[in-house]
Design a protein around this ligand. Sequence first.
Ligand code: 1AE
Length: 397
Amino acid sequence: MSYITVTYLTEAKNLEQKAEAIAVGMTVGSWTDLPAAKQEKLQKHLGRSAGATVLEKTESGLERGLIKVDYPVVNFTYDIPSLLTNVFGKISMDGKIRLMDIEFPDAFTQAFPGPKFGIAGVREKLNVHDRPLFMSIFKSCIGLPQQELVDQFRLQVEGGVDLVKDDEIFFADEHAPFLERIQACKDVIEASGRQVLYAANLTGPVTELVDRAKRAIENGANCLLLNVLPYGFDILTQLSSDPDVTVPIMAHPAMAGALYQSSTYGITSPLLLGKLMRLAGADIVLFPSPYGSVALPKQEALDIARYLVEEQAGLRAAFPVPSAGIHPGMVPLLYKDFGMDHIVNAGGGIHGHPGGPVGGGRAFRAAIDAVLQGISLEDSVDPNLQSAIEKWGIVKP
Ligand code: 1AE
């Protein structure tokens, strides 16, 4: 029989018994009271404890630690709503319990589309294979007339970015409607002679998102941004598995903090933003870096990136994008921690440069070049990079 193994952090009088209780309660409901004939019928649906590790005794005498529960794969349909409801539905409300990790049998993973493009496909679209990619974030888009937005886009492209993403809060876009700004930004990309991906924010009622994505692509969209958690993981899977959605999907982590911030409740950030985003089909995944604003503990950010790229039953690797508060002086540290296959991403660190978005973009590109050439940022002669260092300094690895 094949099982999905789930690790929880919890507390109880006896952790081993709690694991048994969850294994039965979250699968067949009750066991010892069932007549033998019913037990025989339900045996294949019955969960089992896969062990408990006590980490400490609490002041009130409880055991606090990790428990593992095996859930039979036959209890699931192959989608993330079924997965999360089965392994962390009702019990997420049952006192101190945190979903730490989920291990899948390969056959389960392979039933998901995963990223359609992944790292290799995104690099192919941009024809950039020998350096980390570089992305800028539109800032102050709400209420901006389309022409000003397009001018801002042009400056970002001129600064040397590979990707531009909409601000994720950009929903009310009556001044620069979705399809019109996609067409206008496409014209800017074509005029630049460069290959640039523009991740336009896919918004609207969830039932219309797949159609809106297709219309966007017909109108020249070459990448789409999705606020995955507010909409739900399943719409990401619907988009990535649709043969007509032929562009990379970028996942924004909006609302993730509500789920991962507590050390006692919720879902760990590596599972939420790493494993599940990739399984559901994100090609590019933003998450808080360990150094800037809204920072994550370093090991968590590294674990998110690891889950996005490590071998996983043949799923394509998704691009890690450690984000928030990034400036050019962080590029050596980003490279040391996340390596060649990540996307350097900044909003304020580009637009807030003394030379504007063009200077900001060039400063980042100079920082990336310096790191790849083994030159320290202080020794770079690039004037845009030196202005950035004067403003923000260098964060040493
Ligand atoms: C983790 C999400 C980062 C994000 O969406 C964002 O807008 C960052 O902006 P800056 O680089 O902090 O200005």
